[in-house]
Design a binder for this molecule. Structure first.
Ligand code: URA
Length: 232
């Protein structure tokens, strides 16, 4: 009779089955090890902040951290000079940008290019991207989880470009970059800092296209950005 059958008979007859001490300890230790493992939360290892440009773009291309990935035609990663001194961060691509895979195309892109030119900055010399890399449906404001999903991608882009100055283009970009919910009227006109990089908030060109009266303030903000850049 093999050992396990013998143990089953003994157990059925109500006879205690003694297990040699050494074997019992091993079983307890193994169980212990298993339950310990199960109780350790498995933290997602985010290696984004160590990636180079190609790997980062590939990671964004393959990203499905939030629902926006299901509806995008393609990601809008960013474009321009990867060694730029001026970095512009907008909100999120819209349908035009989703089709073109470029940030700030169409009307608001045209105005943004003109705003830069007005202070002597060529668009191609800057690096332009958005907080969110996929286009939200119906051009709605990105949701909190959508902003969070892209957070480390933008951080890595900033780390790689190492700009002398960041222009936060519009309310959503300003809120996400500066971690605040203050109205843009309180955020503009001041130089903020992300680590030691100055951040200047400007009105979004799409807003300026609707509110021509605010163009004077936008000009003041651009002047502030230029002065800050020149003094850095
Ligand atoms: N297009 C972009 O790329 N970003 C915006 O914030 C708006 C339009």
């Amino acid at each position: 009779m093999d050992n396990s059958t013998r143990l089953q008979y003994l157990e059925a007859m109500g006879i205690d089955v003694w297990v040699p001490r050494k074997q019992a300890v091993v079983e307890i230790e193994e169980n212990q090890a298993v339950s310990d493992n199960e109780s350790i939360p498995i933290e997602e290892v985010d290696n984004t902040l160590t990636l180079g440009w190609d790997e980062l773009k590939q990671q964004v291309n393959e990203c499905n951290k939030c629902d926006l990935s299901q509806f995008r035609k393609q990601i809008v990663f960013g474009e321009g000079n990867i060694n730029a001194e001026w970095m512009l961060v907008g909100e999120a691509p819209n349908q035009d940008e989703d089709s073109a895979a470029k940030p700030f195309v169409a009307q608001s892109g045209f105005l943004l290019t003109e705003m830069l030119r007005a202070i002597g900055v060529q668009r191609e010399s800057a690096y332009i991207t958005n907080i969110v890399k996929c286009s939200p449906a119906d051009n709605k404001d990105p949701k909190v989880n959508e902003l969070k999903s892209c957070d480390s991608y933008l951080k890595r882009q900033i780390g790689l470009v190492k700009p002398k100055l960041i222009l936060a283009v519009g309310r959503v970009a300003a809120h996400a970059l500066l971690g605040t919910k203050k109205p843009i009227s309180e955020l503009r006109g001041i130089v903020h800092y992300m680590d030691d990089i100055p951040v200047v908030v400007v009105y979004h060109p799409a807003y300026l296209l609707r509110s021509l009266l605010e163009k004077r303030k936008a000009w003041q903000d651009l002047q502030l950005a230029l002065k800050t850049y020149q003094e850095k």
